[in-house]
Design a protein around this ligand. Structure first.
Ligand SMILES: C[S@@+](CC[C@H](N)C(=O)[O-])C[C@H]1O[C@@H](n2cnc3c(N)ncnc32)[C@H](O)[C@@H]1O
Length: 292
């Protein structure tokens, strides 16, 4: 009730006409359901595309559109970034960086370059830190500071001035619908990061160049084809060493530092069962090694 019986307005907001209505928040359950349905449909679509099954592809695309498409999926993901739902994942990254180098936040002059793939906002914790020159991309840009671009089609850097000190892949790798595509995405990070030998101050050399990777926890903790040591083996072959990691009920966070060249010849990592059981998921990463 905004107005009492005598016509006096009780408080300012109550007296104001409803000019701006807050966007309706989606419940946690609805958010989760929408994100999961989207992932399942993207997977079905990738399978139809691989088989050249145009009819199924069109049917699945219609289902994706009926759910509201990528835009609705992104809105649901943004809900997940709200503080009351765990907050934005780059908060964890910034905490790690500060713990690895206590002077980190005063490094404004260091001109560290970050590529945030799958960026939904320009105001997350790493963007606001003032430490990074940010470049943000997404398949479907939601804001002015985010370039609409597919990371897998981004033109390769001409030289080190176009390469990055850190790449963020937060909840992006699991968006890729097939295991081979995920391997290709991880391999592609190497093209955009500075080389492992990049000379920076010795402290920073323990932190950069690096990859901040966030995945839903079950991708690692409950997959038939993936576990912690398999993930580590794949990343080691790519030249990454694990500097930080953290697993919560929902998410697994990693900071992988690029400290050596890509393994040569590169081992092939196939989709092999590591754990059995009905309740497992099928998250996998396949790397096509030098031998094909
Ligand atoms: C679940 S959202 C994650 C958003 C945010 N990074 C976070 O941690 O909450 C995944 C985003 O990744 C984007 N994405 C997936 N594959 C991509 C690619 N190849 N290039 C650019 N963006 C991509 C999607 O468009 C989507 O907005």
């Amino acid at each position: 009730m905004g107005v009492n019986k005598r016509g006096r307005v009780k408080n300012l907001t109550a007296g104001r006409p409803p000019t701006v209505l807050k966007p309706k928040s989606i419940s946690r359950k609805a958010t989760r359901t929408l994100i999961n349905s989207h992932h399942v449909l993207e997977k079905k679509k990738a399978q139809a595309v691989a088989k050249g099954d145009i009819a199924t592809q069109a049917a699945v695309e219609a289902e994706i559109a009926a759910l509201g498409g990528l835009e609705k999926y992104q809105q649901a993901s943004l809900q997940g970034q709200r503080l009351d739902r765990g907050g934005d994942s780059s908060r964890v990254l910034m905490e790690w960086l500060k713990s690895m180098d206590p002077n980190f936040t005063s490094l404004e002059g260091a001109r560290l370059r970050m590529l945030e793939v799958g960026a939904l906002s320009t105001t997350n914790v790493c963007s606001k830190s003032g430490v990074f020159d940010m470049e943000r991309i997404d398949l479907n840009s939601q804001s002015d500071g985010i370039l609409q671009q597919d990371f897998m089609k981004r033109p390769l850097p001409k030289d080190d001035s176009e390469r990055f000190d850190i790449i963020s892949l937060s909840l992006v790798l699991n968006f890729v619908p097939d295991a081979m595509g995920r391997g290709e995405m991880l391999l592609r990070t190497l093209e955009f990061l500075k080389g492992p030998e990049t000379d920076s101050s010795s402290q920073l050399r323990d932190i950069f160049p690096s990859l901040f990777l966030v995945l839903p926890a079950p991708c690692i903790t409950n997959s038939r084809y993936m576990n912690e040591s398999h993930m580590e083996s794949i990343m080691r072959a790519l030249g990454y060493v694990r500097a930080q990691s953290k697993t919560t009920q929902k998410l697994v966070y990693y900071l992988w530092v690029r400290n050596s060249p890509l393994q040569s010849p590169l081992t092939t990592f196939k989709k092999l069962e590591l754990r059995s059981g009905h309740s497992r998921n099928n998250f996998a990463i396949v790397i096509r090694g030098s031998s094909g």
